[in-house]
Design a protein around this ligand. Sequence first.
Ligand SMILES: *Cc1c(COP(=O)(O)O)cnc(C)c1O
Length: 349
Amino acid sequence: MGSFFRSNIDAMTGYIPGEQPKPGSKIIKLNSNENPYSPSPAVEKVLQNFDWKRLRRYSDPFANEFRNAVGEVLDVPPDWIIVGNGSDEVLNLVIRACAEPGRKVVYPMPTYVLYRTLASMQPAEVIEIPYPEDYRLPVEEIIRADGAITFIATPNSPSGHVVPLKDLRSLATNLSGVLVVDEAYVDFTTEDALSIVKEFDNVISIRTLSKGYSLAGIRLGFGIANPKLLTGLYKIKDSYNIDAIACAVGAAAILDRAYKNACIEKITTSREKLASEFRELSFRVWDSQTNFLLVQPPRDNAEDIYLKLKAQGILIRYFKQPGLKNKLRITVGTDEQNQELIASLMPLV
Ligand SMILES: *Cc1c(COP(=O)(O)O)cnc(C)c1O
């Protein structure tokens, strides 16, 4: 019997998301970089007042209510924005539009694992360039690889570091293909790639409401790029990829900047506190400009710690991957959650 699937689908590994516990279970969930705080109260208002009869009709193919709100907040014309069902969908659109066998997909490692999954789907030739231990971007090697698509997550996951703008500018200048700047964690930093997006027509910044805005469950992300780069993505996008509720919720959330900024400030304060507690336990801790920390236990027992915490109902992330063997990625929770984590961790170190 032959396979039902294309040979590359048989050969590839599916993306493995962080465990999602059943609603209501008493789990401290620090494995998917979700925001520990509720979405903006403006979201509750939208949901309470949403006219359910509107659902009879298809949603807006351009998600204009949300797109205009993003444009207003970021001072970008709406036709420079494409909205996705999570930023994962926008990453998927770029892959489907630009990658194929014989065209290269390039990214530094370790980074967001989904890039590999998406490239294997096409398939495209994948070139993974290892980061050095200090996570300085190997700019020259990336330029030499000259991908049809180059993915740079900044701040990067799971390392938490920011790629300097001058490196991004150097990539944008020298690459002939598309530079995808995955800014899923941009709300936790001060630098962003918007100036480079405006300057170069081969650069797209991809952002999400899942992390900074506490809306992972609504599935809303967007790309910002020169309209010339968006034409190919709009051609292949599902017409009604954003449902009417998500569009209204997203617009309300992104317009409530004060609420988002207050949450971000709480999280960054908690992050620095948590980082110093890890250091006191003799962990190595990488500087992070995100809502998570990459840490390395003093003994060679990261996987064991991960499993033991899981048995106690605390989920963190362990990646069985070169370069990450003895490291753990831990989402910053509320101060209470972080305290429970540290208390459970102490006997394991
Ligand atoms: C969380 C994350 C995403 C995905 O975000 P969604 O909008 O929820 O699909 C993309 N890139 C990176 C680096 C992330 O960490």
